[in-house]
Design a protein around this ligand. Structure first.
Ligand code: ADP
Length: 527
């Protein structure tokens, strides 16, 4: 720039001095040529200029160094001398064809190129070749780069790729790679064949072409999570070519470009179709069984209710008839009718209760009550039966049990009646004791521990668990000897469970049994 300004100044100061101007132009041209020569000389790539016959006219220092020759040695040779012999035969033809075309091209795109070092070694090279017309004739100019390092890296990459491919192909799972817009860029044979397609029918297609709308929305919802760099696992259903469903567990990992942008997903797909079908089948079977159980319980509840009304009629009318004047024989008959009707009603009530609990219709009350009053009342009901058998009844309530609490006294009484009733039924002589203790660690609630202890026939160890199941009795002969439905304990167990407690028995055959149960009640404000 300064040179140019200087030249213009010269022109203005002395417009007639053309000689001076042209001299300065010449100097500038020479300067540029020198600069270009320096540029070529200091280039790390080798440079070679040859004529149409392949004679080497000029080389730079880098090429001489790369091939182990002196510059003079090279400038006395032909291009073909620098090629391994296997390329030599066709080279003159290639050169002649190329010199007819102008422009620049990158050689060796389809094959690896090599130059021959003076010591006979082959050096991998990349060559950019241009052809130009100069005053002295046609010239080919080659820029030659030592590609040894690049080829080593390429070879390493190819080896690595081969190794990864072997690993990937060795995984006996479906694999699928998608780009950032969910087009499939790779699927393995296992995945394609599981869906019934050829690989070529899947690659470049959108992943959404192989699933229904519901699965597509799952995939879309997961995409955001992956964009944030998270790997995830989820169940996904695909549509096979034949329309059937393929269920897979998808383990999807995100891929990112070198600049950190989301580049797609690679997913491993494990076929779980059989497991899913089995699960669906089981779920449907369970739902059907639950529906059947619910309708059975509903039916039982309805029936028991319908039977209870006429039974109450029978009992009420029998009571009224018993109040009239009767012969002792008639009184006897009616007493038997009354006792039979009452035990039938007990059975029906038990069935009704159990059905209600099974159908999920039983709701517990929440009222304030006095535990000592309620237990005393309950025991009074049992007195006549116990007295008849000559049994003593004891009630032992620990002094630190609160007087008032909140819960369902009616259902609590039902449990006590059942356990005490059984104790009396299965105890030929001795006593039955109801004990109540507060449970330690009651916290915000009142937790009570009840124990009904008898001196009766006891229960064999192998029966101690089954008796809490519905319709089960410790001994099949029990029904004939003692009566009963085998529902009482099952109902008690359910009620205890609803009161957040548990029930269990300790017993020894011939020595007696103790039935324990705990319940959780609310604290009362009346206390
Ligand atoms: P049920 O008494 O109507 O048969 P439960 O469910 O109340 O039905 O009792 C189931 C069975 O448990 C009884 O048939 C009996 O075999 C056994 N059982 C319950 N309580 C006692 C007890 N205190 N002593 C001995 N056996 C008992």
């Amino acid at each position: 720039m300064e040179e140019l300004i200087a030249a213009q100044n010269v022109k203005c100061d002395n417009p007639t001095s053309l000689e001076t101007v042209s001299k300065q132009h010449e100097d500038r041209s020479l300067g540029r040529i020198t600069e270009e020569m320096v540029l070529v000389e200091t280039m790390p790539d080798g440079v070679l200029v040859a004529d149409d016959d392949g004679r080497i006219l000029r080389v730079n220092a880098s090429l001489a160094r790369m091939l182990g020759y002196s510059r003079q040695e090279l400038e006395a040779r032909k291009v073909e001398d620098l090629l391994p012999t296997r390329f030599n035969r066709d080279h003159a033809g290639h050169r002649a064809r190329f010199s007819k075309r102008h422009g620049t091209r990158h050689m060796g795109m389809a094959q690896d190129l090599f130059a021959l070092h003076k010591d006979g070694r082959e050096i991998p090279v990349d060559i950019m070749l241009s052809h130009t017309h100069m005053a002295a004739g046609h010239r080919s100019i080659a820029v030659i780069r030592d590609a040894s390092e690049m080829r080593q890296i390429q070879a390493l990459l190819i080896d690595n790729e081969k190794r990864l491919r072997t690993i990937v192909e060795g995984i006996h799972e479906g694999i699928c790679e998608t780009n950032s817009v969910m087009e499939m860029t790779y699927v393995n044979n296992i995945f394609a064949s599981r869906l019934g397609y050829d690989i070529s029918e899947m690659v470049d297609h959108s992943i959404f072409d192989f699933m229904d709308a519901e699965s597509a929305s799952i995939v879309r919802s997961k995409l955001e999570c992956r964009r944030n760099g998270n790997t995830e696992q989820y169940d996904l259903s695909w549509r096979r070519k034949d329309g059937r469903e393929l269920w897979t567990i998808v383990s999807a990992s995100p891929m990112f470009s070198r600049t950190g942008e989301f580049d797609g997903t690679v997913a491993i797909l494990t076929d779980v179709t059989e497991r899913k079908l089995a699960e669906n089948y089981l779920r449907q079977a369970k739902e059907a069984a639950e529906t059947a159980a619910r309708s059975k319980s509903q039916f039982l509840a309805n029936m028991s209710h319908e039977i209870r009304t006429p039974m109450n009629g029978i009992i009420g009318m029998t009571d009224l008839a018993l109040e009239t004047e009767l012969t002792s024989e008639q009184r006897d008959y009616l007493q038997t009718v009354k006792i039979s009707a009452e035990s039938l009603l007990t059975i029906i009530n038990e069935i009704l209760d159990f059905s209600k609990i099974e159908a999920g219709h039983l709701v517990l009350d929440l009222v304030d009550f006095d535990l000592r009053d309620k237990t005393a009342e309950t025991l009074k009901l049992l007195m006549p039966g116990a007295h008849e058998k000559g049994l003593t009844l004891f009630l032992e309530i620990a002094t630190n049990v609160p007087q008032f609490m909140r819960g369902d006294p009616h259902r609590l009484r039902q449990i006590i009646l059942n356990l005490m009733g059984n104790a009396i039924k299965f105890t030929p002589r001795g006593s039955v004791t109801l004990g109540v203790q507060p449970d330690p660690d009651s916290g915000d609630y009142v937790r009570l521990h009840f124990a009904v202890q008898d001196t009766g026939i006891g229960i064999a160890p192998d029966k101690q668990r089954v008796i809490f199941e519905r319709f089960s009795q410790a001994d099949n002969s029990t029904t004939r000897k003692f009566g009963g439905t085998g529902l009482g304990l099952a109902i008690s167990a359910k009620l205890v469970e609803m009161m957040a407690g548990r029930i269990w028995v300790e017993s020894e055959v011939g020595q007696g049994s103790t039935f324990h149960f705990t319940v959780r009640l609310e604290k009362s404000n009346a206390d």
